[in-house]
Design a binder for this molecule. Structure first.
Ligand SMILES: *Cc1c(COP(=O)(O)O)cnc(C)c1O
Length: 489
């Protein structure tokens, strides 16, 4: 059985289902499998599977071993059947000398769906397995993508409810409509008179002061520090490899590079796990936007969050503290050093790892960053030469293709994390087209010009009924949650 321990203290040790249920360890660390050797398998066991769902079942069985394989098969089916518009779930496309792994064919058109369609099922099962009778109420503050993906994942799931807070006027019209039209009986989306930090601080305060807002209701979080969000993301690295084999682009055993647009380091950490399981991966390339804290860290070993925060056209990567990096630190530096680095980060905003530790990271990871202008040029370039349309996050990764040491004969796979239609205004501007104040108009113009298909979940939001109208002050968040939890009982 796989032992999950805190990255800061291996004496805190739980089974997989408990790690999913708790989200974060009690000492502030993150849960990780204690020994990487336990994950080493013959990768053919996964790449030989018939389809994405059987690959998912094989990966989940390894990491979430106390659920049992019968349960896992059922949960995988519930999570993915009929939810994704591509039969392959995460299709791979060849584009001008590289490959793009499209992760955005889920209900909200961002890669977070792959994990957030799964997490509710993993969480409710973990609850019954561990004898928890409380209903779970998910609280999330969002600056865009996470909120809609979490609402869609938890919508209608028995034994759960979800409240999402977003900054009034601080997200795009498309993102707002995705949330306020959600029809689940157990969902709430509420605007805050304030910015994202106000929403985030409000949520943190509620977790601290009121973990059980009503009798029979426990709070939980849907953010990417939960191991139940990471495990489903490992699957598409194997799926990409299998698709390269099926296309005849590689021979079995050949090495592959993955270039990952990174924010909280969750997506690329899943790639690290895939590599540890034995998948032939040469380099994992961490691509950042102008918020280049990870580029500096991977190139110098110095993590420094004391720097200017840039608002970019790839907002889901605008992050200065990449939480999931702590999981990598545990495997490279051990629990004591990890605990010490995290303490330094909290107290001083920076830390420096040793040369040996840096070398161990650089054996696997490369890092590069690109500006908004470089990303925009990539969107225009690739569309005009290949007739292929990328979003603003994918284009940052694409721009990093010629900023790391590629190797002759090793294919590069760029992870594509969002549909271009989620970020229409920036995409239009990159293409040199006129941008309107109306997202709806932008979507139409983008479609007319590129003929790229609009995802079903985005095409019809304009005419859907608005079901969530709440707008409150940050001070009222706590009473709002109490009121919702009384209703959900
Ligand atoms: C969340 C997100 C990312 C960053 O992924 P991490 O796992 O946080 O590194 C990149 N692109 C998009 C579109 C996202 O929504």
């Amino acid at each position: 059985m796989i032992n999950y321990i805190s990255t800061r203290n291996s004496n805190i040790s739980v089974k997989a289902s408990e790690a999913v249920l708790r989200g974060q360890a009690s000492d502030g660390g993150l849960f990780v499998p204690q020994n990487l050797e336990d994950l080493k398998i013959d990768y053919h066991r996964i790449t030989n599977c018939d389809d994405f769902k059987s690959m998912a079942a094989a990966v989940w069985n390894l990491f979430l071993d106390d659920y049992g394989s019968g349960v896992i098969t059922e949960l995988v089916k519930k999570s993915y059947e009929g939810k994704f518009s591509s039969e392959k779930v995460t299709p791979l496309v060849k584009v001008n000398g590289a490959y793009v792994l499209e992760l955005y064919h889920g209900p909200t058109s961002a890669f977070k769906d792959v994990a957030l369609q799964a997490l509710p099922n993993l969480l409710t099962k973990a609850r019954s397995m561990n004898g928890v009778t409380d209903e779970i109420m998910i609280l999330t503050a969002t600056s865009g993508d996470t909120g809609s993906a979490a609402l869609s994942g938890f919508s209608g799931v028995d034994g759960t409810s979800i409240v999402v807070f977003y900054p009034d006027g601080g997200i795009s019209e498309t993102q707002r409509l995705q949330m306020v039209t959600d029809a689940g009986k157990n969902t709430s989306a509420c605007a805050i008179r304030g910015n994202f930090d106000d929403a985030q601080n409000g949520v943190k305060k509620i977790f601290r002061e009121m973990p059980r807002p009503a009798e029979g209701i426990s709070l939980s979080s849907a953010n990417s520090i939960n191991i139940g969000r990471l495990v489903p993301q490992i699957v598409y690295y194997f799926s990409a490899y299998r698709q390269l084999l099926d296309m005849g682009s590689i021979k079995d055993g050949d090495l592959v590079d993955f270039v990952v647009p990174t924010g909280n380091f969750g997506d690329i950490m899943a790639g690290f796990f895939a590599r540890c399981m034995g998948l032939p991966v040469r380099r994992l390339v961490c691509a950042s936007n102008k918020n280049d804290v990870l580029t500096e860290f991977i190139n110098t070993g110095h993590y420094n969050r004391i720097r200017e925060f840039h608002k970019t056209t790839s907002p889901s990567m605008d992050i200065l503290i990449s939480s999931n990096l702590e999981r990598l630190l545990y495997y490279i530096c051990g629990e004591e050093n990890t605990a010490s680095y995290m303490k330094q980060l909290e107290e001083t905003g920076e830390y420096q790892i040793s040369d040996a530790e840096l070398k161990a990271i650089q054996d696997v990871f490369s890092a590069a960053c690109a500006t908004d202008a470089e990303g925009a040029a990539a969107i225009k370039d690739v569309f005009e030469s290949e007739n292929y349309l990328m979003d603003t996050h994918t284009s940052i990764a694409w721009s990093c293709l010629d900023k790391y040491e590629r190797k002759e004969g090793v294919p590069s796979v760029v992870l594509s994390t969002a549909s271009p239609y989620k970020f229409c205004a920036s995409v239009l501007s990159a293409l040199g087209l006129e941008v309107s104040d109306s997202d709806r108009k932008n979507m139409e113009v983008c479609h007319e010009y590129t003929k790229a298909e609009i995802p079903a979940g985005l095409a019809d939001i304009w005419d859907k009924e608005i079901l969530h109208n709440d707008l409150i002050n940050p001070k009222e968040m706590m009473s709002y949650v109490v009121e919702k939890s009384m209703k959900s009982r």
